[in-house]
Every structure is written in structure tokens, then in C-alpha cells.
Design a protein around this ligand. Sequence first.
Ligand code: URA
Length: 221
Amino acid sequence: MFSSWKELEQAIINCKKCLLHKTRKNAVPGEGSKNAKLMFIGEAPGAVEDETGRPFVGAAGKLLTETIEKFGLKRAEVYITNVIKCRPPSNRDPREEEIESCSPYLESQILLIKPSVIVALGRFAATWLLTRMGYHCQGIMKCRGKVYRGTLLGIEVNVIPTIHPAAALYNPRLRPLFESDLKLAIEKIISKEEKTITKISKSKTRSLLDFISSSSRKDQN
Ligand code: URA
């Protein structure tokens, strides 16, 4: 497990734990706010991500970014990464041994960020997360759009699985489902932030009232 971002990102960039290092151009650690309340986890980098070293910057990434912004957050305010950090040749599915050797990186990212909501983009991310929380994902269409609350690696999280943005891009009937799942996740974050602000401003009002009443008591003495 990694306790610093610098160490973790260097380890990912130089990783040779599985055969994908032989065919990748760049490993793709992830990007975004390291204080994010909301984290997105995809499957694996594609061609554009492999070229640039950045997650979700191709066509599927454009849909993801536009949808995040449509519901009121900026891409830079969330953290985006993948289950595996190197592109599988011809975008084939990640293999069990690749997922296993890459998992300590994702575990460290989750523990460093401690997000309150994680959106699983597609079945690989949904299975990775839900299995570790003690749930079973019987296919992405069955588990998408629901909030799975529980303990992941010792932290309390809400996991919301959804369709992979590439599927939503190529099948227009899936697009509204993808959008409503992201809306659900983003509204959860925004309402949590509003509650925190209300709590802080209530406690500020109370201390101001305490100050006024204690000064008026002093005046009377
Ligand atoms: N698809 C993914 O799962 N991840 C990316 O970063 C890009 C496409």
C-alpha cells in the first residue's frame, strides 16, 4: 500500500508487474482532485489514453466530462481512474491476473482520497468494487442506478454502478440511463455539501447569539 501520491504515481508509471507494460505507450495513473468527494472508476485506458497518459480523454471521456459538467461539477473537482492502468492490446477485456496485479494501485488511490461516492463505470469496475464490499453484481443492467452503501477497504462509501460511457455513446437508448445515474451521484455530493454548509452556518449563528447574550448579561451586571 502506498502512503504518498508521488510514490504511488511513480510506481504506476514504471510498473512491470504484468505483460501489459510491453505493449503500452504510457501507463495512465488517473487525474483530478486528490480531495475529491466523488471518484469515477473505469475499466482500462483506450488508445487516446495510452497516447496521452490521461484517463477518459477519447470519445467516451468527452461524454463523461460533458455529463459531469451538465449536472453541476467540474471535471477537475472529481478524481477519475481505471481498474487497470495500462491499455490491453486492441482494447480487449482486462484479464484476471492483470486486474489482480494492478489492484494495489486502485486500493491506494481509494484510501488516499477517501471519497464519499464512487461511480463504477461498467461491469469491471462494478464487480471490483461490489465484491470487495460483500455484494454481488449480477450484470451491469441489474445493478446500475442503485446506491450500494457499505465499507470498502475500511472506509464508508456509497458505490453507484452505471453503464460504461462507451456503451452509452454507441447505444443512444442507454444514454438517459447513464445520465440519470451520474445525476444521482452528483446530487448526493451536492446535497452533502449543502448540509455541511448549513451546519457550519448554524454553528456560526449560534456562537454569534451566545456572544450577544453573554455581552448583554455583562452589561446588566
Ligand atoms: N475507457 C475506460 O474504461 N477508461 C478510459 O480511461 C478510457 C476509456
